[in-house]
Every structure is written in C-alpha cells, then in structure tokens.
Design a protein around this ligand. Structure first.
Ligand SMILES: O=C(CO)COP(=O)(O)O
Length: 121
C-alpha cells in the first residue's frame, strides 16, 4: 500500500513527531511512502524510505493528486496548517477534493492519522 505524506511548514514538526512516534508500525507494514519535496526530506531524516515529488508550491500536491486519481496512492496524511496562507491553495484544494472523489482515506491532522494507522495494524 502507498501512503502520501504532506505537511505545510507550520506542521512539519508535527509530521516528524508523528513519524517518530509510530516508526515501528510504519516500518512493520508493507507500506511505500511518497511525499512532497520538503516533507519528504524531513521524513527521510526519521529513517523512512520515501519517494519524493516536487515541493508543494511547485506542483507536488498536484503530482500526488494525480497518483490518487490513478489509484496508486491508497491513503493520504496531509497535515494542513489552517493558520497559514499558501500560494498554491488551488492545488491543495484539488488534492483534498480528489481524495473525496475517489474515496481515499485522508488525515489532515495527527489524531486522525493515528486512527487510520491503528486500522492498518
Ligand atoms: O506545500 C505543501 C503542501 O501543500 C508541502 O510541500 P513541501 O513538503 O515541499 O513543503
């Protein structure tokens, strides 16, 4: 199964904490990780093997949205920063919308991501 990891700048620390906290579970299952560029770099620092796409503002969200549409990505952890303004907001909304269109589980905060992860165990 493929899980996409994405975090806005204000949420990258939460993503790293989440990945560290659940390292064992994430490594135990047969999961392939993909990520937007900078999130992927942070995720790699936790020891995860990650395929990195472009940074969000350069089209990384759109690349991951395409994988969702193609049925390649099975789950999305997108820790959005509700306090931030993002130049690529249309891409962000597109990804969120397409997860709903294709019924792909989407966690926009660590609490929900933990519940999804529990389901995988
Ligand atoms: O902007 C993002 C999501 O919309 C994330 O992109 P980065 O992981 O490259 O910071």
């Amino acid at each position: 199964m493929e899980i996409a990891l994405i975090a806005h700048d204000g949420k990258k620390a939460e993503m790293v904490n989440f990945l560290m906290k659940h390292k064992e579970a994430l490594n135990k299952n047969n999961i392939a990780f993909i990520a937007t560029g900078t999130t992927g770099k942070y995720a790699e620092q936790t020891g995860l093997k990650v395929t990195r796409y472009l940074s969000g503002p350069l089209g990384g969200d759109a690349q991951i949205a395409a994988r969702v549409v193609e049925g390649k990505t099975n789950m999305v952890f997108f820790f959005r920063d509700p306090m931030g303004k993002h130049p690529h907001e249309p891409d962000v909304n597109m990804l969120l919308r397409l997860c709903d269109v294709h019924n792909i589980p989407l966690a926009t905060n660590p609490a929900t991501a933990e519940m999804l992860l529990d389901h995988l165990k």
